[in-house]
Write a protein that binds this ligand. Structure first.
Ligand SMILES: C[S@@+](CC[C@H](N)C(=O)[O-])C[C@H]1O[C@@H](n2cnc3c(N)ncnc32)[C@H](O)[C@@H]1O
Length: 410
């Protein structure tokens, strides 16, 4: 092992979940425990300056930053659903206005549905295979909710109401909710599936209001600025004091399908490239030759012996990660820290040392590797077992540990 890894039980947070300190406003795959970020920022004595998360997802690193006193935070993600969740969590809006808007929305919807003729007046949005994913009644009712949410003039309040809408879309669709990938329920389950869309929406809205007003709103003092964008990270030289992030651990097609998880929500909120997102994420475009240098090369060469296609897929992910690390490294100030929380995935029974790769790439960009902590993975919402050989029934434990890789700019 070229870069030192220390098993650190302090970071296991056994028995703790995301919700233990910062319940999410919306389900999201492979979230990072905010507790990890809080602990590591404290250990490094970081309580001010600018924080960057180039793969911010639903924003757990901002929860960590907020808890440690950081007031300026910047995030990027190319999944619009991720940005919607992060934005809503960390934008301060009046809880009274939310409650008044909820009452107005409820009245508008219930008045509207009293007259059946109204229902056909609003055109259904462009959802791919809408009849495959939604019953006619569910689609109509979702459309009514959407129609009135889009009449809310204030962008931030509209976004707030879209978060429970997005979860309602998922829960009332024929998707299997236990999967991140977009799979339809078994046909025998469809017959009895008849969700009360308005009931589900207003229950989720109440839950969102409860969590936002009790957990997030009280911490959003006027000096807090969280700026998130749907985009790949845009470098900005010597700008950030700390990078805290949990990047994907492989391409979306063979690891966590962020795009598929979000497809229906993104389509209902008007994202026309919703079905292309997985291909746009890291590792989405296949490399033409396998990676031959650095700490990862031998491992990829082992994969290549058994499967050239998989070796190229894996290479494309590491190529993208390297390009991204170069941009991130440039954007960190001298003495600034880069904290990456990653899993080392297994491909063809070969465990790929992504933690070592990250340490190496930062060192190549003028950083010093301080330490990597190994933590036992108990509560991250991602599969710890899969079938890397693609032999049905043959599974191996792929990720029982996670690594917190800490580098400092010289
Ligand atoms: C492990 S998740 C981050 C989870 C986040 N820490 C949270 O708690 O929700 C990785 C994120 O990287 C995003 N992503 C993948 N490739 C990207 C890229 N090239 N640029 C920006 N974001 C990307 C995915 O959409 C996903 O949201």
């Amino acid at each position: 092992m070229k870069y030192q890894v220390i098993r650190n039980e302090k970071y296991d947070f056994l028995g703790q979940f995301y919700a233990t300190s910062y319940p999410n406003l919306h389900k999201y795959p492979a979230t990072m425990l905010p507790q990890i970020g809080i602990e590591v920022l404290k250990e490094l004595n970081i309580s001010k300056g600018k924080l960057l998360d180039p793969y911010c997802g639903s924003g757990s690193s901002f929860a960590s930053g907020l808890e440690c006193g950081i007031t300026e935070m910047f995030g990027f993600d190319i999944n619009p659903l991720a940005i919607l969740i992060s934005k809503v969590k960390f934008t301060k809006i009046s809880v009274n206005t939310i409650i008044e808007t909820k009452a107005k929305l409820r009245n508008e919807i219930f008045e509207f549905v009293k007259n059946e003729q109204n229902i056909n007046k609003i055109k259904l949005p462009n959802i791919t295979n809408i009849d495959f994913w939604f019953s006619k009644e569910v689609a109509q009712n979702l459309n009514i909710i959407k129609h009135f949410i889009y009449q809310i003039p204030d962008e931030n309040i509209k976004n707030f109401f879209l978060v429970p809408f997005s979860e309602t879309v998922r829960d009332c669709s024929y998707t299997r909710n236990s999967e991140f990938k977009l799979y339809r329920m078994k046909s025998e389950d469809l017959v009895n599936f008849n969700p009360d869309v308005f009931g589900v929406y207003f229950k989720k809205l109440n839950d969102t209001i409860f969590i936002y007003s009790n957990i997030y709103f009280p911490k959003l003092t006027d000096d807090i600025k969280v700026d998130v964008q749907y985009s790949k990270f845009q470098p900005n030289e010597n700008s950030f004091d700390v990078v805290l992030t949990s990047p994907p651990y492989g391409d979306s097609r063979t690891t966590v399908a962020y795009g598929q998880f979000s497809t229906l929500s993104n389509e209902w909120t008007g994202i026309d490239y919703a079905r292309k997102i997985d291909g746009m994420l890291m590792g989405g475009i296949k490399a033409k030759s396998i990676l031959k240098t650095g700490v990862i090369a031998d491992y990829i060469s082992e994969v290549n012996k058994v499967d050239n296609k998989r070796a190229l897929e894996v290479t494309s992910f590491y190529n993208d990660l390297e390009v991204s690390i170069k941009k991130v490294a440039k954007s960190v100030k001298t003495n600034g820290k880069a904290i990456y929380v990653v899993g080392n995935r297994t491909v063809k029974n070969i465990q790929l040392p992504t933690d070592q790769f990250i340490a190496e790439k930062f060192e190549e960009q003028g950083f010093r590797h301080l330490i990597t902590y190994e933590r036992a993975l108990s509560s991250k919402s991602m599969p710890s077992k899969n079938s890397p050989t693609n032999i049905t029934g043959k599974t191996v434990n792929t990720m029982l540990f996670e690594y917190i890789v800490i580098n400092e700019k010289k």
